[in-house]
Design a protein around this ligand. Structure first.
Ligand SMILES: NC(=O)c1ccc[n+]([C@@H]2O[C@H](COP(=O)([O-])OP(=O)(O)OC[C@H]3O[C@@H](n4cnc5c(N)ncnc54)[C@H](OP(=O)(O)O)[C@@H]3O)[C@@H](O)[C@H]2O)c1
Length: 182
């Protein structure tokens, strides 16, 4: 695609993050989209999977944020768009490791927004239910939303300066129910 320059990036590898930030010195918008879903129970599942989910969703997004914040600031501000989930708020066993990692990434998103605002950097959180991607290939088509639709919605939200995007009815319902007893 014209104008697109792919970069190699492993968000679990600090050296890889630093290399990407040094190459992409003209960045004005960074999308923390990398994710995995291992379907691991927290109390008896593989601890390696639990750590990997945390390394990817929480430490990975945090590492990218820390590395790219000076780049964005030097370019006049810009923003981060963090791809989260309704599972940042809805916590069930089959998604234990994922939910914990997305909840941590949500907290990071909210703190980073406040910490980076004085530098003119905006941080937007995107929450969604099932997206029609490889990660949700086991989900019935009718239960998934088109990722292109969500991407357009999210970019409009970034342009409008919104802090949080609830991309579908499921994520809106889950957020509304946060006051309920778990
Ligand atoms: N699918 C859903 O239903 C759903 C719902 C809510 C939120 N989300 C979130 O949406 C985001 C995108 O997921 P998806 O649905 O597109 O899943 P996907 O089809 O499995 O794609 C995941 C992407 O993350 C990349 N990735 C994984 N580990 C990485 C790492 N260590 N460093 C850099 N990139 C890495 C993968 O790169 P490679 O292909 O190179 O491995 C791939 O491009 C994730 O944050 C996910 O948690 C997904």
């Amino acid at each position: 695609m014209p104008g697109v320059e792919p970069l190699r990036l492993d968000v679990t590898d600090p050296e890889s993050i630093a290399a990407a930030a040094s190459v992409a010195g003209d960045a004005t918008l960074v999308i923390n989209n990398a994710g995995i879903s291992t379907h691991t129970h927290l109390t008896d599942g593989d601890i390696g999977n639990i750590r990997l989910e945390m390394e990817t969703h929480f430490f990975g997004s945090l590492g990218v944020t820390r590395a790219f914040a000076p780049v964005l600031a030097a370019n006049g501000g810009g923003g981060f768009l963090n791809v989260l989930s309704l599972l940042s708020w809805l916590h069930v066993p089959d998604y234990g490791a994922y939910s914990a990692a997305k909840a941590a990434a949500w907290a990071m998103t909210n703190v980073a927004r406040l910490e980076l605002a004085p530098k003119g950097i905006q941080v937007t959180g995107l929450h969604v239910g099932y997206l029609d991607t490889d990660m949700a290939d086991y989900v019935a088509p009718a239960d998934k939303i088109d990722p292109a639709e969500v991407a357009a919605l999210a970019l409009d939200a970034v342009e409008a300066g919104l802090t949080e995007v609830l991309a579908d009815e499921r994520s809106r319902q889950v957020k509304q129910n946060l006051l309920a007893t778990p």
